[in-house]
Design a protein around this ligand. Structure first.
Ligand code: SF4
Length: 717
């Protein structure tokens, strides 16, 4: 018997004709690469295989041009061109020793099909209405029974192309209320009165027939499974009794189709898939177990569970308790592609744990952008910048002493990477008594405690780097820096919220008129010690988590909070991280009064006028909290630049700034900024980011064009 407590996670699992080498399953998730950026996609997914994930899926993949979610960037398996690009993706996954999986989907009435201007079909036999409140953009044609076989065959053709590309696993998506198969199953969508509507057997008929056709077509060349949303949740976050329930239709559906699948990938939630991919603000590890946990009782096939599964101990419990056979995860593997390898090697403390911030998700939700990660700045850079999350080459100038001023997220990351690149002496100096910078107060906001992993991971890595010294309680002046003996100086002094917010909406400072109460910034509220009146007016032009977080913090402490925002929602970026609905519910429960699309009018000594679209409202105010614009703390950097003439005598060859002191932004951007500088510290001019490989259609291209030495790329290395 093995003494390794995690050995069970590395047992192979049989999936029909295929065998996964272990129980780590990188679930389908959007990257923003599709098949249009094949090398970025291939290297991104291949890295997970290299890191030990036994199964690596790409992302939701459209089966035909009429099922197209443009502008959202998903996978496609429409033609031979998509097969060719997919082959490279599969090859990279196989090179890492993993099985390659693809999740096929006919998006139904979620197909905008705007690229080809084609018409998708919806389960609705008559009206063809879409489930999304976006009017014409979300409509589809009614699917007559005579057309059902054709749409099923689109799945078969895509499955055959998947096999041709080399995929080992083919999942049909029946979750997130995102596909035609799911819409047939869910009563909310399926109002048919023919043999495809009504009873569970009828609603399952489309899935059963499609699965049977796909299996017959691919034979033993691929395992076939279903990704099933076992509970579409209570209203207001879900569909209530008109949806699928884990103690209702879901187990019966599993039993009904069990003979046709090789595995079950189980999730929760409906079209608001943020209920499945909940952030750490509202969901703890393994939060889906109450829904998915009992489903193994209804199947003889391996079951995959997800739900912020980060800790190896929890993973072992999930398997040993019989909750699931396989650990599914997207975010844990984005944050640390080498999570399985680190568990296998007993390096648990080296895991770069996902903080559950959903910044990764926000990019595709917001801009259809490429994936990024707060914890792992190498995500998305695997191909175009050739960054590896674990491997660092020795810097050409590593004999130079480096001083990093500021131990917030950017400074910590920069010092860590410089240390890993072999610099002989890196000093990380901060005026505060602890590392972490702004994260120290940010992580006191309700539900943001897990964000401390950003600090903790780097703190532990730094403790292993004997060439990096952290010095706290030390505020350095320009003279101190020039006398320090460092040849390279990195300024990472962060940013602060301006108390006299210059609104991005009207470019004028906040006019507090006759107000006699006090005015605070979020830092002052959260750092403790500030006098805060009973009646708080919170003005938010920041637009993300800080405004709602401070409002919740104060309301929970008994203050009467009125929040005013010029945006159409309170914290609009929270919609992209899919946290908006639950945070709004929590604020309502705390009686926070919220005015959006609103402005501030005249202030009296202890009153403020809120200008809403319905007219003016006067509120009593003792304290104003301004969650407005952030200002870079760049005085130190500017003064160093002003004294550039003294650098040579001081032995300083370069001064650079990173993170918020360069540009106040997301924590992910601060970490990236620190990482980028450290990766390129030995370039000709580290202040200027090196060009990256641009993957795009290039006329008369050769493969060499997509390398750093290629003539089509401008990078000089
Ligand atoms: Fe986790 Fe945040 Fe990274 Fe997404 S962006 S993987 S939620 S740490």
């Amino acid at each position: 018997m093995s003494s390794d407590p995690y050995a069970i996670l590395f047992e192979p699992v049989t999936l029909g004709p295929k065998t996964a080498p272990n129980r780590f399953w990188s679930t389908p998730h959007s990257s923003g690469f599709g098949v249009e950026y094949p090398d970025m996609q291939a290297t991104y997914r291949g890295r997970k295989a290299e890191g030990g994930w036994g199964v690596v899926f790409t992302e939701a993949t459209s089966v035909a041009p009429e099922s197209d979610k443009v502008p959202y960037f998903l996978g496609r398996l429409w033609d031979e061109g998509d097969v060719r690009n997919s082959r490279r993706i599969v090859e990279r996954i196989h090179e890492g020793g993993a099985l390659a999986g693809v999740e096929l989907e006919y998006h139904a009435s979620m197909s905008f099909a705007s690229e080809g201007r084609l018409v998708a079909h919806s389960v609705d036999p008559v009206a063809g209405e879409g489930p999304l409140p976006i009017a014409y953009a979300g409509t589809a044609a009614a699917l007559h029974v005579s057309d059902i076989a054709r749409v099923q065959d689109l799945h078969v053709d895509a499955a055959l192309r998947a096999v041709d590309a080399g995929y080992d696993l083919i999942t049909l998506h029946c979750g997130h209320a995102a596909s035609l198969i799911a819409h047939f199953l869910i009563p909310y969508y399926n109002t048919r009165t023919d043999e495809y509507g009504g009873s569970l057997e009828n609603r399952a008929r489309f899935a059963r027939e499609t699965l049977a056709k796909v299996r017959a077509a691919v034979g033993d060349r691929a395992a076939v499974g279903l990704r099933l949303g076992v509970d579409t949740l209570d209203e207001p976050f879900g569909l209530g009794e008109r949806g699928i329930r884990h103690n209702g239709d879901a187990p019966r559906f599993i039993e009904h189709l069990d003979d046709l699948v090789d595995y079950w990938d189980l999730i929760i939630g409906g079209v608001d898939w943020g209920q499945d991919a909940q952030s750490s603000r509202t969901a703890r590890e393994n939060h889906e177990a109450p829904y998915t946990g009992g489903m193994k009782n209804y199947t003889a096939k391996p079951v995959i569970n997800v739900g912020r599964l980060n800790s190896p101990d929890t993973m072992v419990k999930v398997v040993k308790s019989g909750q699931a056979d396989i650990i599914g995860a997207a975010r844990a593997g984005i944050s640390d592609p080498f999570l399985p390898a680190k568990i296998r090697e007993g390096r648990i403390e080296d895991i770069r744990e996902c903080i559950g911030c959903n910044m990764c998700v926000s990019r595709s939700n917001m801009w259809n952008g490429r994936i990024i990660c707060t914890q792992n700045p190498t995500v998305g850079e695997e191909f175009r910048r050739a960054w590896h999350p674990e491997n660092f080459d020795g810097a050409a100038n590593r004999d130079r002493a480096v001083l990093v001023v500021g131990a917030g997220p950017a400074g910590l990351e920069c010092a860590m990477v410089l240390g890993k690149r072999g610099f002989e002496m890196v000093h990380l100096v901060d005026a505060a008594e602890e590392i972490g910078g702004s994260l120290n107060w940010v992580t006191k906001l309700p539900g943001r405690q897990e964000w401390r992993h950003v600090i903790e991971y780097r703190e532990l890595q730094l403790s292993k780097l004997k060439n990096v010294t952290t010095i706290l309680n030390t505020r350095l002046s320009v003279d101190d820096i020039l006398d320090y003996g460092a040849e390279i100086v990195v300024v990472a002094t962060g940013s602060h919220y301006a108390a006299d917010d210059v609104s991005p909406y009207d470019r004028r400072p906040l006019d507090l008129g006759d107000f006699r109460g006090n005015v605070l910034t979020p830092e002052q509220v959260m750092s403790g010690g500030a006098v805060i009146g009973e009646r708080v007016l919170l003005w938010d032009t920041d637009g993300y988590f800080v405004g709602p977080g401070v409002a919740e913090h104060l309301a929970a402490a008994g203050h009467q909070v009125t929040a005013v925002a010029p945006a159409s929602s309170f914290g609009p970026y929270l919609a992209y991280t899919m946290e908006d609905s639950r945070i709004a519910q929590d604020l309502r429960a705390l009686d926070v009064r919220i005015y959006t699309s609103a402005g501030l009018g005249r202030f009296g000594t202890d009153t403020a006028t809120v200008e809403t679209q319905a007219g003016s409202v006067e509120v009593g105010v003792d304290t104003v909290v301004v969650v407005g614009q952030r200002v870079a703390d760049s005085d130190l950097y500017r003064e160093l630049q002003d004294r550039q003439a003294e650098w040579a005598d001081a032995g300083v060859s370069g001064v650079y700034r990173i993170g918020d002191s360069l540009r106040p932004s997301f924590i992910a951007d601060a970490v990236f900024s620190g990482h980028r500088l450290a990766r390129e510290i030995d370039s000709a001019n580290p202040a200027e980011p090196l060009p990256y490989i641009r993957e795009r259609r290039l006329l008369d291209a050769s493969e060499t064009d997509f390398t750093f030495d290629g003539s089509a790329q401008s990078r000089a290395i």
